[in-house]
Ligand binder design. Sequence first.
Ligand code: ZN
Length: 139
Amino acid sequence: MTDRVSSIVRSRIMASIPGKGTKPELAVRSIAHALGYRFRLHRADLPGKPDMVFPSRKKAIFVNGCFWHGHECKHDKMPQSNKAFWEAKVQTNRARDARVCIELTGIGWSSLTIWECETKTPNLVAEKLLRFLGPVKTT
Ligand SMILES: [Zn+2]
């Protein structure tokens, strides 16, 4: 199926694949770090294996690629070729994201999504982090 996706589209998609150490996630990490928060990464024992975990607060953060997770923003538009295929993929991801959020809530955790496009505005990310996590504990 991917043979029919133009190479430009394909490279754009590859660039937006959420994985360990991808750029948007690194951006969020360094902002959280700069604010003084301590966190863990990719804790596999939690639903959805969150990108960042704040154990003492029982809070988890997901840094989601706009394309794969269906963010309504201008940065990632659905490729016109194989549209149905990509849409189905994104829908599956969205359904999983929603389920993970419910599962985390069920075990007393709260979660926050930071979108790839938001990481281009570090101040916005910093504000979201502060609002979600509360004041930094200095212990
Ligand atoms: Zn976005």
